[in-house]
Design a binder for this molecule. Structure first.
Ligand SMILES: [Zn+2]
Length: 239
């Protein structure tokens, strides 16, 4: 095994922060995230959703037939259309800016000036290198700069960026940047703890590995604030 693979696996097993501390070379050439923006073509939205579904349906049918599957079978014949609809309308719907959650801010009337933590936000995404699921929990925190955001919007922002072909590092940064912009503050922190089926169900087939990525902006770069956030995430909530 090459040294860089050993290093990545060790980090994955220890659930240490993988993204921000490793260069793309250390991460290895199968999981490089090159850009904060999802790489989209200029003509990404020229076609309507209905046209995209039709096209993907015919391509997916060809993939299935190439694999040797008999598409006249009752159980299989609807699959190309199901997959095409699922791609466009569900699991990759976050590619389309039209689906971005509308964010309404409220005045921070309570003068609450501590951090707000929304933890254990479930999300489902897909690895852009293998098109298999990534799923896990996101923990999001911010310190109000005079305005507050509806709690469910935090979930919706996480889910919007998750519904794209993704790498976890980019997902983390996209959520953080969006929150910083929406809340007009740098004081945002994110931790994402996720399973990648491309690691567990194929390749090295390590079912125990989890990947943790983090983002600490503004006041969260201060060690005490960061530790407070981490303590809330570890805290067992009673309900
Ligand atoms: Zn992958």
């Amino acid at each position: 095994m090459k040294p860089k693979e050993t290093m990545l696996n060790t980090l994955l097993k220890d659930k240490k922060v993988v993204s921000s501390n490793l260069s793309s070379d250390e991460i290895g050439n199968d999981h490089v995230s090159a850009n904060i923006e999802t790489p989209l073509r200029d003509d990404a939205f020229d076609m309507s959703n209905a046209e995209k579904i039709k096209k993907i349906q015919s391509y997916f049918k060809e993939i299935m037939e190439t694999l040797g599957l008999d598409l006249t079978d009752d159980s299989l014949k609807g699959t190309p259309e199901r997959v095409a609809k699922m791609y466009v309308q569900e699991i990759f719907s976050g590619l389309d800016p039209a689906n971005k959650p509308k964010i309404a801010l409220f005045e921070n009337k309570y003068q609450y000036d501590q951090m707000l933590v929304e933890k254990d936000i479930s999300f489902y995404s897909n690895c852009e290198h293998h098109f298999v699921p990534i799923f896990g929990k996101a923990h999001v925190a911010y310190i109000s700069n005079g305005s507050v955001i509806g709690l469910s919007k935090l979930n919706r922002i996480v889910q919007y960026f998750a519904k794209r072909p993704q790498v976890q590092e980019r997902l983390t940064i996209q959520i953080a940047k969006e929150l910083q912009k929406a809340l007009n503050t740098d004081d945002v922190a994110i931790i994402i703890d996720a399973k990648h089926l491309c690691v567990s169900s194929r390749g090295v087939q390590d079912g125990n590995a989890a990947t943790v990525t983090s983002f600490y902006g503004g006041k969260f770069e201060n060690d005490a604030t960061k530790q407070e956030f981490l303590k809330y995430i570890e805290m067992k909530t009673q309900y």
